[in-house]
Design a protein around this ligand. Structure first.
Ligand SMILES: C[S@@+](CC[C@H](N)C(=O)[O-])C[C@H]1O[C@@H](n2cnc3c(N)ncnc32)[C@H](O)[C@@H]1O
Length: 247
């Protein structure tokens, strides 16, 4: 861990994350209010999926089952905790449904969402994924675990950046004209989300789909949708809330 912190490539991001966390600890009492707002606006996923395409939703459910088995077979032999995955059946469903061309995700870790997006891209027959991550600095040699469950044969449609969102997204921005689908699952602080959304906004348009994990952590998603008068949906998964814009 100390070696990772001392790494001059990683130190600025580690320091920034520590400062954000400290500053935002004071606003924790507001968390209950945000959770209530999420609960109030939360929708039933099955009603949503049925209204769009139930066959695709069933395909997504089957995919998620296979994904969990596949991930387990790799992760069970590693002696590190890389955390769980996102709402992968929903990600798969939306990408199969909307067939976006340019996809950006923040937060890779073991790669549940990455494997999901790349599998849906393969099935669609088109699409490219740009992923932004930052190594888990609490573990030894963290770089080697990033995306460790991602199939080699899916990697042709993928570019991974691991210098932290702040630097990665600037690099990704130079490569793309627009973002058709964004899955945000990295730095969950208010300032981290705000920073990345401000940078990306010139690449978003009315058709872009945005999905954000753990929106109950702070008021970012609530304030963002209210301030910009954007229609949104909220779903609950594993006792956490995720926000969806654009569909
Ligand atoms: C919850 S995990 C992502 C899980 C992943 N989406 C999945 O489905 O398997 C969050 C990831 O975001 C990364 N992260 C945290 N802060 C970051 C930052 N400032 N820039 C880029 N990645 C960051 C963490 O290191 C971790 O790999």
């Amino acid at each position: 861990m100390l070696l990772n912190i001392a790494n001059k490539e990683y130190f600025p991001t580690i320091l920034r994350k520590g400062i954000y966390r400290f500053k935002e600890m004071r606003s924790n009492k507001k968390r209950r209010e945000i959770i209530n707002w999420c609960e109030k606006n939360c929708e039933d996923i099955l009603i949503f999926a049925k209204s769009l395409n139930i066959d695709l939703w069933n395909e997504a459910q089957r995919f998620e089952k296979k994904l969990k088995k596949h991930a387990n077979s790799i992760l069970s032999s590693l002696n590190v905790n890389l955390g769980g995955g996102s709402y992968c059946s929903l990600i798969y469903f939306l990408i199969r449904l909307k067939k976006p061309k340019t996809i950006v995700e923040t937060g890779v870790a073991a790669g549940f969402s990455t494997q999901t997006i790349l599998s849906a891209i393969k099935k669609n027959g088109h699409g490219f994924l740009y992923s932004s991550d930052f190594p888990y600095f609490r573990i030894k040699d963290p770089e080697k675990y990033i995306g460790c469950i991602v199939d080699q044969k899916l990697k042709d449609n993928w570019k991974l950046y691991i210098k932290g969102d702040k630097r990665n997204i600037q690099e990704i921005m130079r490569k793309i004209d627009k973002v058709d689908f964004l899955h945000y699952d990295s730095d969950k602080s208010y300032s981290g989300r705000k920073y990345i959304f401000n940078i990306l906004k010139s690449k978003l348009n009315a058709d872009s789909i945005l999905m954000m994990d753990d929106i109950h952590d702070n008021a970012f998603f609530k304030n963002y949708t209210e301030k910009n008068e954007i229609l949104f949906r909220i779903f609950k998964y594993n006792n956490k809330f995720l926000g969806l814009i654009g569909i």
